[in-house]
Design a protein around this ligand. Sequence first.
Ligand SMILES: [Zn+2]
Length: 185
Amino acid sequence: MRDYDGSEYPEAESSRTFAAVPDGFARLWTPHRIAYIEKGPAASGDECVFCTAPTLSDEQALIVHRGTTAYVLLNLFPYNSGHLLVVPYRHVATYDAATPEEVAEVGSLTQTAMRVLTATSHADGYNIGMNQGAIAGAGIAAHLHQHVVPRWATDANFFPIIAQTKVLPRLLGEVRDEIAGAWPA
Ligand SMILES: [Zn+2]
């Protein structure tokens, strides 16, 4: 596989390649990954990551803000750097099952998320939305979550490359700190 400049590009899937590359960023990735994978539905069967995340520290769970009925965290598998999820604490699957209070707070947190991302990362636009049900593309269909995905004019064909290598894991902790620090009190 060749990089843009024609140089040999390491295979993202090869652990031997990762192990051979000096990488001071790996320890930032590990706690996030363990928190999700060990407690996530894929590993344990029953536990819901969006129910578990609020029981962890903000840093472990990549939470940037805790509201009254809902909270905001970084997506561990982001489409883009700064990809946030707005999630009600209550384990509810679909939008029509959310309470008026949850709907209102998910809405207001989404607005704040946009403002914070605009301030911190100068996003040019956003994709916002909810996938309702596995058939509609929801990765975790059992627990409602709203995506807030910042977009930049220059992002196409760039993040898909680095997102699968070592750069995005490093950014997760940094981006969490940045967004959490910029979130209005
Ligand atoms: Zn849940």
